[in-house]
Design a protein around this ligand. Structure first.
Ligand code: ADP
Ligand code: MG
Length: 566
């Protein structure tokens, strides 16, 4: 932990530069501020208690550094903080708080009692405030740490209280918040009690994989994929993410952790969603915890008054890298039959009340990153043996990884797609002149768009020429290492180039690959299939087709062993 400054009131020019705003909107915002303070105090265990959804009582206790007696009263002054002294400190800040606004703001809308003790002092201190005024301040006994009790929240602000009628919703929000903090701070053990009942606990194991299990349950956690660590000169990313078989109906289960804080960052969330989009059914969202580290100067935590949105200076770059990492992880993971128990958890449901999960804790081996949950681990294409073809459509192969069923059409699509991309990237697209040029008639709205893209089309191998009106003449097309002729589908393929967005080139290449690939219901020899698999092995995403659909089903040895009780 960084050494703390004594609490002091920020100089006006510093206070003025710090985004201010409403910090206390509802019970979960109080919990969030108190959690921030506990984490900043270096706590290793933090307990949150809620009575009456937080309107009666919110209590957060920690075993952190505590506050020295002579600073306790000061902590409730506006802009009083121990975390920063000058604006420059904002550039290297590692603490979650820095405004010195939380305690005074909470004290104006609730009755607050704070009991604290620093190690160096023999006694602790208790302070109580009503309507922002100190009503008690005296020595008191406590072990190292701090307990803040907030009672009668918004009792003096009836208008605010009136909007908080749905107690269940408030408790759910707090539940979600505490779980997110647990994910962002794996070394801290969090407990949440709702009306005296333990609702969530994390062990403080220090491992994100373990917290994922504590939050989502063993069954789901066992299916999560580790994101291989990525590192560039200014960003490092790791994390865990769900495979396409495990989804949630809301976006709430993607937790972004940037420089040790749980944050919302639209650019990053959008990039993650986009990476998943072709793989998930409409309205379903992934589960993920993604940990991003950038130099502190690249992150502006001061962008939003409630500290929820952060700004990253190289946001687009980070988003692209993150999306790439997610795409690659998913792209290398075959579909696996999912253990039945996952379906027992309703969609969106938080798994396992504590007594059950603690039982699992004891009876189950530590969740580890075994070969079953790492991408394509165990699938060594070189040692695969083709057993035959199923329905003239699927290649059945066997290896150490178990049984694999591979969709021949999608596999071939993937192979062709990557071959074309590689050529285009090297500027080495091959074109073949058509014996008879083809006339393409477009809709009026498409004409100017295609016209503007003729150079780019030429780079891919299409020689097209506008011959007036709505007509184009196609003189040459790319040479595609495929099996089928795509010429009959040329109009449909070129229509991709008239779309009103940036993704058209990729879709056009996908479309070329799709129409040139081996069809389904086509008998193949063992040699054909072996060659196809060896080509697939060299691609970057051998488990999904360029449209994003899975192309390998893996029935692992472990799955068979379990099913047959070997
Ligand atoms: P900030 O967190 O922005 O500094 P707060 O109003 O939340 O402002 O808290 C004011 C100060 O009180 C903090 O800077 C810190 O020194 C002290 N403090 C608050 N909560 C705790 C806690 N749980 N443990 C130790 N110190 C605390
Ligand atoms: Mg604070």
């Amino acid at each position: 932990m960084t050494p703390r400054f004594p609490i002091a009131i920020l100089p006006t020019e510093v206070a003025e530069r710090i985004a201010a705003g409403e910090v206390v909107e509802r019970p979960s915002s109080v919990v969030r501020e108190l959690l921030d303070n506990a984490v900043d105090a270096g706590a290793s265990t933090i307990t949150v208690e809620l009575q009456g959804s937080g309107l009666e009582l919110i209590r957060v206790s920690d075993d952190g550094a505590g506050i020295p007696p002579d600073e306790v009263e000061l902590a409730f002054q506006h802009h009083a903080t121990s975390k920063l002294r000058s604006l420059e400190d904002l550039l290297t800040l590692r603490t979650l708080g820095f405004r010195g606004e939380a305690l005074p703001s909470i004290a104006t809308v609730a009755d607050v009692e704070l009991l604290t003790r620093e190690d160096r002092h023999e006694h602790g201190t208790v302070i109580a405030l009503r309507a922002g005024q100190v009503v008690r301040l005296q020595p008191a006994a406590r072990q190292r740490g701090t307990t803040v009790s907030v009672r009668n929240l918004f009792a003096s602000v009836p208008a605010r209280r009136k909007f908080l009628t749905d107690g269940r919703a408030e408790s759910l929000l707090v539940g979600q918040l505490v779980r997110r903090y647990a994910l962002a701070h794996p070394t801290v053990g969090f407990s949440l009690f709702l009306d005296g009942r333990l609702s969530f606990r994390s062990s403080g194991s220090g491992q994100l994989a373990v917290v994922m299990r504590e939050v989502y349950g063993s069954a789901v956690a066992a299916t999560l994929l580790p994101l291989p660590t990525r590192q560039t000169d200014f960003v490092t990313m790791t994390g865990y993410l769900s495979d396409r078989g495990v989804t949630r109906p809301s976006r709430d289960h993607v937790t972004l952790i940037v420089n040790g804080r749980w944050v919302a960052c639209r650019a990053l969330s959008t990039a993650i969603e986009a990476a998943y989009r072709p793989l998930l059914p409409r309205g379903r969202h992934p589960i993920a915890a993604l940990v991003v580290e950038v130099p502190p100067s690249e992150l502006d935590p001061n962008a939003h008054p409630a500290k929820t949105e952060v700004r990253l200076s190289r946001e687009t770059e980070v988003a692209t890298l993150l999306a790439e990492a997610v795409r690659e992880t998913l792209g290398c993971t075959p579909v696996r039959p999912i253990p039945d128990e996952i379906f027992l958890l309703g969609p969106g449901q938080y798994p396992l009340p504590w007594h059950r999960s603690s039982a699992l804790h004891e009876s189950e081996p530590e969740w580890r990153l075994d070969s079953e949950s790492s991408p394509l681990a165990g699938i060594d294409f070189a040692e695969l043996r083709v057993l035959g073809q199923v329905q003239d459509t699927l290649i059945l192969a066997e290896g150490k990884a178990g049984l694999l069923l591979i969709d021949q059409h999608r596999a071939h699509e993937r192979v062709i797609y990557e071959a074309l991309l590689a050529r285009n990237r090297q500027g080495a697209a091959e074109a073949q002149t058509l014996l008879e040029p083809i006339v393409l008639e477009l809709k009026p709205a498409q004409v100017s768009r295609l016209e503007g893209r003729l150079t780019e089309l030429a780079e891919i191998g299409f020689n097209c020429q506008h011959i007036g009106g709505r007509d184009f003449l196609v003189r040459a097309v790319p040479v595609v290492p495929g099996q089928e002729s795509f010429l009959p589908d040329l109009p449909a393929i070129l229509t991709e180039a008239t779309a009103d967005d940036k993704g058209w080139q990729d879709r056009l290449v996908t479309s070329l690959a799709c129409r040139s690939a081996l069809r389904r219901h086509q008998p193949l020899s063992v040699t054909d299939m072996t060659v196809l698999l060896s080509e697939l092995a060299t691609t970057t995403s051998p488990a999904v087709c360029p449209h994003g659909s899975p192309l390998i089903i893996q029935i692992s040895r472990r799955f068979l062993e379990r099913q047959f009780n070997w």
